[in-house]
Ligand binder design. Structure first.
Ligand code: C2E
Ligand code: CA
Ligand code: CA
Length: 522
């Protein structure tokens, strides 16, 4: 039970933990790769900003012309700024007028018209791709005045993209492109190898028509940063086991009421049957249902260990009905075959006085197709029947339907003999306390005799409980007690054993009657 709970809890935590940890790792990876895309974009933006600032500076210093001195100054400027390959003077339409390094013009594969250049947030700044032998470059056009513009040719440096963590470098690509989709630069170590199943992270600049893309192989990603997986899972699994233990503990310490509920749900309460016999002949006249809690482990719990709790926790009702139903279904054949056989059921006063008791009793007995006359309700007078008038009304109601009522534990209770008169019961059951002493104590004999007289006056039968010896049986008979119950005949028995006992008695009686009839013939 404990192991199962701990195992189940650990498994549940493990499953949830796997999802959570994997989810967390994926989330962390995505965040990290998004950040890297952002870094590439920022670096590119800085490169554009630097180039634009250079052009502004050159224009400000009056070098936006094709004079040799101006071009000389521009070349110096370029020399100091490694990212810029060349600076050109252009017409407003974008066509080149002159270049700081005129020979680089020969490397151009083509040159775009202004119409094909992409505008920025800053309208005086246009971006375009410069296709050159030996690698593409980024062209940045800065309008100086209505007649001319300056263009910087910016090298798209690999260092701009070299940001990928070592684990991912060989399995990822970093791209910088214009918003038009034209690639400006690319960083991919295994350039010839296409990524089998890439995940893409993209960032677009709000200032320039630029975007960066990082693509990572999905398979590699599942290992990357997964170092946290097992430590995280270990913590989760330990927590799961601890939770299971706590749960098991809490279930165990949930208390006896929870135990009771579980036992009720599992039908662990069973009726045992103790015969009620004729003291003189020994014939079995009926039986009393005595509850037993048969636990899963086979142990049997006596009623005094759970009836008081069942009563105080309000479980006694459901338990009582359950016991009666089982007893009725067990004994139905016998009850129907022997119409004078009585079945006694213990009912606590609280239950008897609760709403719907009589109705439920009737329904239960009726649906078992057993006569109400065969059912005896035993109400203990051990606890005070505080509302004697109501109890009497209920007894009257029960009797009007044919049920019998017995007052249990007579002699040890609070009521006193006078109160018993008003109740209108059919039977009084003399407590074992008197039976224990009847054979040895004269005062007990007096009390029992008085009880018997009272019972006869009220037309009640008397049953003595707990008869263990022949001496007790004789002493009780001498007091006028007619029926009894006790180990002398049988202890409370489970159904099958009780039926065996009934069968035994019946066959003994058959042989006795055949003996006596034989004797009469003889
Ligand atoms: P009770 O109604 O007075 O039942 C008689 C008790 O005396 C039973 O104890 C029975 O086993 C025991 N007994 C019978 N003959 C002898 C004997 O010769 N010697 C000895 N030493 N004991 C004998 P049990 O079964 O332990 O029940 C104890 C009490 O628990 C019952 O006393 C009754 O008050 C209560 N109880 C049992 N079953 C139920 C039930 O289903 N509902 C309610 N409300 N109370 C129950
Ligand atoms: Ca009883
Ligand atoms: Ca008793």
């Amino acid at each position: 039970m404990l192991a199962a709970l701990v195992l189940a809890s650990t498994a549940a935590f493990g499953l949830a933990g796997n999802f959570a940890t994997t989810g967390f790792i994926h989330h962390q990876q995505a965040r990290q790769l998004n950040e890297l895309s952002e870094v590439v974009l920022r670096r590119s933006e800085v490169a554009v900003d630097l180039a634009a600032a250079s052009l502004d500076e050159l224009a400000g210093r009056g070098f936006a012309n094709c004079d040799p001195t101006a071009l000389q100054a521009v070349r110096l400027h370029i020399y100091q700024r490694s990212a810029i390959k060349d600076v050109r003077l252009a017409n407003p339409d974008g066509s080149v007028i002159c270049s700081a390094y005129s020979e680089t013009l020969e490397f151009d594969k083509g040159w775009v018209d202004r119409a094909d250049m992409l505008s920025s947030d800053d309208k005086k700044l246009l971006l375009f791709r410069v296709e050159q032998f030996g690698g593409d470059a980024l062209g940045i056009l800065r309008d100086i005045d209505a007649k001319k513009a300056l263009v910087a040719i910016v090298r798209i440096n690999a260092t701009l993209f070299d940001i990928m963590p070592a684990d991912l470098r060989d399995h990822s690509e970093v791209l910088l492109a214009l918003n038009s989709g034209e690639t400006l630069g690319e960083f991919a170590l295994g350039t010839d190898k296409a990524l089998p199943s890439p995940i893409e992270f993209q960032k677009t600049s709000t200032r320039f028509p630029l975007r960066t893309t990082i693509r990572v192989d999905r398979a590699v990603l599942s290992h990357w940063n997964a170092e946290v997986y097992w430590p995280a899972m270990a913590i989760v699994l330990v927590l799961g086991a601890l939770f299971g233990l706590l749960l098991a503990r809490s279930r165990r310490t949930e208390g006896p009421i929870a135990d009771l509920d579980r036992a009720i749900a599992r039908s662990e309460f069973k009726p045992y049957f103790q015969p009620i016999f004729d003291l003189r002949t020994g014939a079995i006249k009926g039986c009393e249902i005595l509850a037993r809690w048969q636990r899963e482990d086979g142990s049997v719990v006596p009623p005094m260990n759970f009836i008081p709790l069942a009563e105080s926790s309000g479980r006694i009702q459901v338990m009582t009905w359950h016991l009666l139903q089982r007893a009725l279904s067990d004994l139905r054949p016998h009850l129907r075959a022997h119409k004078d056989f009585k079945l006694s059921l213990n009912v606590v006063p609280k239950h008897l006085l609760s709403a719907g008791f009589v109705e439920t009793l009737r329904r239960t007995v009726l649906s078992a197709r057993v006569s109400a006359r065969q059912i005896m309700i035993e109400v203990t007078e051990r606890d005070e029947l505080d509302d004697l008038a109501r109890a009497a009304a209920l007894v009257a109601q029960l009797r009007s339907y044919g049920f019998r009522v017995a007052i249990d534990d007579v002699g040890v209770g609070h009521s006193g003999l006078s109160r018993l008169k008003g109740l209108g019961a059919n039977t009084i059951k003399i407590d074992k306390y008197f039976v224990d002493t009847i054979a040895i104590d004269a005062s007990t004999t007096t009390i029992v005799e008085m009880l018997v007289v009272l019972a006869k006056d009220l037309e009640m039968t008397v049953v003595a409980e707990g008869i263990e010896t022949e001496d007790q049986r004789h002493a009780l008979m001498a007091c006028g007690v007619e029926q009894g119950q006790g180990y002398l005949v049988a202890a409370p028995l489970p159904y099958a054993r009780f039926m065996e006992l009934l069968e035994e008695h019946a066959s003994r009686r058959r042989s006795e009657t055949s003996h006596s009839s034989n004797a009469m013939v003889a």
